[in-house]
Write a protein that binds this ligand. Structure first.
Ligand SMILES: N[C@@H](CCC(=O)N[C@@H](CS)C(=O)NCC(=O)O)C(=O)O
Length: 210
């Protein structure tokens, strides 16, 4: 059976959510962060030398990186669901958001979280993060327009990827106070609330509970 290694309070929530959306049978193997350092435990290092979550094991294959795992699971179990057809304009949008969630959109979140976690106060860095937050949230709002989801107004794995990055920014995914200007972006807030209404998100939240 598919094993999803779940580091509690981490991006592996994306993969549990996706498995719930696709109705895949899986075993969630829990790994608890070190309470002092908040780093992954050695049990995760035994699965992958980098000790980063998410990671899955499927029929002897180990797959890492959230977006790669999402596409791997959709290749195997999607049957046309949760990802637009290859070669379409919607697929290019999908690929863009899958990558953006862990790159351009993630930069301000990581800078902000790391400055909170390490209690460092670097004004130049914080100003950079605020500028990026504003630019990226405005970009998500523009891309949503009056729609409900990011790609072709249909729910896809791109929403799963982007959701978690935004939930990290909002301070709801990982319980650290961030400085993300979410209140200035009502469509982003409404997007998060809409995704949290999904039964599969709610089931995943129970499975992943700290
Ligand atoms: N880009 C990677 C990021 C993986 C990552 O940094 N995971 C964090 C959890 S959210 C982790 O495992 N941290 C534990 C540690 O570094 O000790 C992905 O999307 O899978």
């Amino acid at each position: 059976m598919l094993k999803i290694h779940h580091l509690v309070l981490s991006r592996s929530e994306r993969i549990v959510w996706l498995a719930e959306e696709l109705g895949i049978a899986y075993e969630a193997v829990r790994h608890i962060r070190d309470p002092q350092t908040f780093r992954a435990p050695d049990s995760l290092r035994a699965v992958t030398p980098l000790a980063k979550a998410p990671v899955i094991e499927d029929e002897g294959i180990v797959v890492e990186e959230s977006s790669v795992i999402c596409d791997y699971l959709i290749d195997r179990h999607g049957s046309g669901r949760l990802r637009p057809e290859a070669g379409s304009a919607a697929r290019r949008q999908y690929d863009y958001w899958m990558a953006c969630a862990e790159s351009t959109l993630m930069y301000p979140v990581l800078i902000d979280l790391l400055s909170v976690l390490t209690q460092s106060d670097a004004p130049g860095l914080n100003a950079f993060a605020m500028g990026e937050y504003h630019a990226m949230f405005a970009h998500v709002e523009r891309s949503l327009g009056d729609g409900e989801f990011l790609v072709d107004n249909q729910f896809s794995a791109a929403d799963v990827m982007v959701y978690y990055t935004l939930a990290m920014a909002a301070g709801t995914a990982i319980p650290f106070p961030t400085h993300a200007p979410m209140d200035a972006f009502p469509k982003v807030r409404a997007y998060l609330a809409r995704l949290e209404q999904r039964p599969a998100w709610q089931r995943a939240t129970q499975v992943c509970a700290a």
